[in-house]
Design a protein around this ligand. Sequence first.
Ligand code: MRU
Length: 424
Amino acid sequence: MKDAFDGSTIEILYVKGYVANLPLSESLSYNPRATGKQCQPPTNRRRIRGNGLQDEPMAQSGEDFRTIWLKPDDPTVVQIIDQRLLPHEYRVHDLRSWEDGLVAIADMYVRGAPLIGATAAWSLYLAALSDNEPEKAVRNAAAALLESRPTAVNLRWAVERILAVVDGRQGDAALAGLIRTDANAICDEDIEISRGIGEHGVALLEAISSGKGGATVNVLTHCNAGSLATINWGTATAPIYFAHQRGIAVHVWVDETRPRNQGSQLTAWELAANDVPHTLIVDNAGGHLMQHGDVDVVITGTDRTTRCGDVANKIGTYLKALAAADNNIPFYVALPSTTIDWQSRDGIAEIPIEQRDSAEVRDIHGLCEGKRMRVRTTAENTPVSNFAFDVTPARLITGLITERGICEASEAGLLGLFPEKAAS
Ligand code: MRU
């Protein structure tokens, strides 16, 4: 794997001050001729005041924003945002092979359960393109991709969906085209799912706002379950973006989210791009804020939710749920149905928890006098564990916000919204 700050294999398409001077057609435009209705590159550009990131393409959850798309004029290349470099730099990274997709998932160029699933689907499209035995190539790639991030179940969901397309099509030259259509559909559907989550979730924020006589609703979130973690809009952030657009005063407490800092580096970045008021806090501040009445509601995403409503999410989510319960603060989890693992019931016993490289804990990354730096913060021989996720039991969750509505975190609640899964 490449170091996040190595950058040697990454094509730099967006450089500060460079894209701003190009007409859109030369830098980010989407060519419908090449792709039909395809994943589009993000076309939004906004000026962010006061933080030095000006006139760059932004993670603004407008209609056109996407986190993965086919390269305009070259449908053999899939493009993603290299999220390892945010918020300091916005680069688009080319995936030219399924192995590139594997690295992007495992090394977290892309992250967030829905985007991981979509990237896997597009990687299988690249696998089909790469070989004159496409079906075999896809199966081979699928086996490797499934191992890359064990907790986020959207990965398995997307791979199985593409394998169903491939099934029985040995030697079919049209296979890559069929996978491409389905990978596109996965992306399009994910956007509509996030929109549904936003529509249902915004009602909660509206109710809290009117309960407070229109005073600012303070939401606490953990990790990044935003546009960057999905194709657009996010899951936990969709209700927030919808509320903000509808004029509901909302403010977000953003947990830093050690060790990969998805909160400080991604959530804060995209909230800023959307002009949503927010404040970064260290991971352990949430309980204190709750005790002082500064949090009205907690909304997080999830990487895997069991059919009984247990939720795996970024490490530290469970502690937020405990603190919320102790302070009588509603704790909601926003999720697309693609994140429900209908085969598992007991999250603590059954959900595999990814453990990542100890270097993520030992080292911090950042800018020093304008240069990217990696700094070791521990003694060389300090033993480290790096659990990437934890499980919040259903009993601590006030409700699950899905694309079909809000339900109790329980089997009955989920089956009430997804009755077709009763037999699965
Ligand atoms: O390790 P990551 O960054 O992939 O973890 C992401 C999360 O934990 C998100 O909260 C989750 O995937 C939900 S994304 C809509």
